[in-house]
Design a protein around this ligand. Structure first.
Ligand code: 5GP
Ligand code: SF4
Ligand code: MG
Length: 466
């Protein structure tokens, strides 16, 4: 998901809508905005669909007056999967002591089932099936003297991944979990501040990127532009999601001081060193494979070409919640550029193989178009474990790499060769010159390694074996 918030920069809602539009790649199912105005109080609009279609009319903006606002774009990882209910669309708002608060959450709470059961047992009334709603109830029950203190109380009981943008009537709050699994950045706009999942959302409103919110940090920003930093949690070694670098973030964003585009290009170069092949054309699976393919081409000297053309009017297929739509999605979205492919030995570069649906279809399309050979090069290691921290990977059984060896996968996909970047190669590409430290990995890489930095306790209770 994507989160955004702004305070002290004039009317909040139009800026929040722009920010969410820039974060649309992080969630395409639905979006929501909450604002506060001294006269009109809290107001919210939640809608299914793209921000550009749902939050651009004057009518909607008129219903969202106020100088403090937050927003969320949703991609369902928990709650009603498949068909998101409007009640699961964030931000969540609750009125309680001291005026109440609204919360937008990116990530996933790994002990949400246990928390929900406990809260319901004590009389909380849940409105949604989302893990994120726990935060509001925990805040309402806290005895803390003000809302930021109550939020600290709440978040100390929450396990898992959270980058949160929240607001009170007059303040904007941002917080990252102690491991800093999901991104969150701070920007300055005029006399005010903005918080966003990624820097590309600061760019769109003309805000200056100041810094990342640090893992385990909470910032509280007033309308007057005062900003206070808190450390509500015990300090731990950060474990940022390495897959943000590979796929999730937009290539024009800056993560950990590095351009995502440059990192992806470096991944492609690393891949070309680790898994060279004789071929005539390096071709990305657009858009997610493009920077890595450019890197592979630069390193190998094999010409780069757009052998697959993407229909720009279709969103991210993986994010489509049902398998059926995803299956259709490949053809709706991608088509082979026959003139370029015919008679060539083609290296296809994609970011990841999850279920293998995309790769299989693309291989067929490429062979139909008359390619001589097809070699897959993948910019991440085999995805063998589900993510429980906010990326919607399927159950373990559905992951190709969970049930097949590399050779079986090659066979299954029907390609001449299939190579994945190694975990160490990926670490080198994101700037860890010595690769992965096996005793204390510098990133979360659980979907590749099975090393979960936070025990997924709800899943374990349901029988998941780590
Ligand atoms: P597959 O077809 O193998 O299931 O999925 C692979 C494709 O989905 C890749 O082209 C990649 O761009 C996209 N993708 C892979 N992993 C993820 C993920 O965890 N989240 C999202 N949103 N997309 C993914
Ligand atoms: Fe990121 Fe994978 Fe860790 Fe999930 S499991 S947070 S996708 S690295
Ligand atoms: Mg893709």
């Amino acid at each position: 998901c994507g989160v955004f918030g702004v305070v002290g920069a004039g009317e909040a809602a139009p800026l929040v809508a722009l920010g969410l539009h820039a974060l649309q790649h992080r969630g395409q199912e639905a979006g929501g905005i909450v604002v506060h105005d001294p006269q009109a109080g809290f107001n919210s609009v939640r809608r299914f669909g793209y921000v550009r279609d749902t939050f651009t009319s004057q009518d909607v903006m008129d219903r969202l007056p106020g100088g403090v606002g937050i927003g969320h774009v949703r991609y369902s990882t928990t709650g009603s999967k498949g068909q998101t209910a409007i009640r699961d669309v964030q931000p969540f708002f609750g009125e309680f002591a001291m005026g109440g608060a609204a919360v937008a959450h990116n990530g996933n709470i790994t002990n949400a089932d246990a928390l929900r059961k406990d809260l319901i047992g004590r009389g909380s009334i849940f409105q949604s099936s989302s893990d994120s709603e726990c935060i509001i109830h925990l805040m309402a029950r806290s005895m803390g003297p003000n809302i930021p203190e109550r939020m600290k109380d709440a978040l100390r009981r929450v396990e898992g991944a959270f980058s949160i943008v929240a607001m009170t009537r007059t303040k904007l709050i941002g917080c990252r979990d102690p491991l800093g699994v999901r991104p969150l950045v701070l920007g300055r706009i005029g006399d005010g501040y903005a918080l966003a999942s990624e820097t590309c959302a600061l760019d769109i409103i003309g805000a200056e990127f100041l810094r990342e919110i640090e893992p385990g940090e909470m910032v509280v920003i007033t309308e007057a532009g005062e900003i206070a930093s808190h450390r509500p949690f015990e300090q731990r070694r950060p474990r940022f999601c390495i897959f943000e670098h590979v796929y999730f973030s937009r290539p024009d964003s800056i993560l950990g001081g590095r351009s995502v585009y440059e990192t992806r290009e470096a991944i492609g170069k690393e891949l070309a060193k680790e898994a060279p092949v004789e071929a005539d054309l390096v071709c990305p699976v657009p858009d997610s494979g493009t920077p890595a393919a450019i890197g592979y081409s630069l390193q190998s000297g094999i010409p780069y070409g757009m052998g697959i053309i993407r229909n720009q009017y279709v969103g991210r297929t993986f994010i489509e919640p049902t398998e059926q739509i995803r299956n259709m999605g490949v053809r709706l979205k991608l088509n082979v550029n026959r003139a370029l492919i015919r008679g060539k030995r083609v290296v296809l570069v994609d970011d990841s193989v999850v279920r293998g649906t995309t790769s299989r279809k693309i291989k067929e399309m490429i062979l139909d178009a008359g390619a001589e050979e097809v070699h897959f090069r993948i910019a991440s290691p085999p995805t063998a474990w589900p993510c429980f921290y906010g990326v919607d990977t399927p159950q373990r059984e559905k992951l190709l790499a969970a049930t097949m060896s590399a050779d079986e996968m090659r066979e299954h996909l029907g390609v001449d060769s299939l190579k994945f970047i190694t975990l160490d190669g990926l670490y080198r590409a994101v700037g860890e010159a010595r690769g992965r430290d096996p005793n204390a990995p510098q990133y979360c890489d659980a979907c590749f390694s099975g090393a979960y930095p936070v025990a997924p306790s709800d899943q374990i209770a349901k029988g998941f074996e780590v």
